[in-house]
Design a protein around this ligand. Sequence first.
Ligand SMILES: Cc1cc2nc3c(=O)[nH]c(=O)nc-3n(C[C@H](O)[C@H](O)[C@H](O)COP(=O)(O)O)c2cc1C
Length: 207
Amino acid sequence: MNAVLEALQFRHACKKFDPERKIPSQDLEMILECGHISPSSFGMEPWKFLVIQNSELRSSLREVCWNQPQITDASDIVVILVKPDLLKPDTDYIKAMFHRRNMPEDAEKAYLDRYRSHMQEEVEPVMSYYSWGSKQCYIALANMMTAAAANGIDSCPIEGFEKAGAEKVLGIDTDQFQVAVIFALGFRAGEQSKRLRADSSEIIEYM
Ligand SMILES: Cc1cc2nc3c(=O)[nH]c(=O)nc-3n(C[C@H](O)[C@H](O)[C@H](O)COP(=O)(O)O)c2cc1C
């Protein structure tokens, strides 16, 4: 079977992790690298990955994550932060991200202009910079969960958290970063829930 399909069939939102099993550090690094090299709009890499291993911090985080046991039982917790304010047009961050491409000056200006008009005309009318950046964080999330699954490692994406509470627990400077999404990594313990999906004929349409 195709290796990617096999990994995706292995993956499920793991509800019960084995608290005794830890992910080898080289596997964790490989998973994080798959997030690091994920694609992002205009190549702006609007993320940062916090790997939460400290058990006291994990207990405090669990309190603002609907008391979900995955937060304390999984081997590792990764909090994906987004940089909403830095993504606004003409910030030093955006300028530096284009500047690193070493383009001729007029091409760099054209990119900055295109970015500004795209943000103002297409993004700002329909969503916040938090939402726009988070959409891309979810690409990194998916790549990391698939990479984990391809190596027999379980995961659970977690949106069940109080954003302000999680940022407080983690001591985040919210002018720079905000919590986009969290995921747990580790190894399943026992039977997990059955996969439920609509019939593919309901969700795939060829035109
Ligand atoms: C963005 C996102 C947030 C989620 N948040 C949670 C969560 O907080 N807790 C949880 O147990 N599962 C969470 N899930 C898992 C979903 O409930 C699960 O993916 C869905 O029911 C399908 O099941 P499966 O992933 O096992 O196939 C989340 C999934 C996604 C994609």
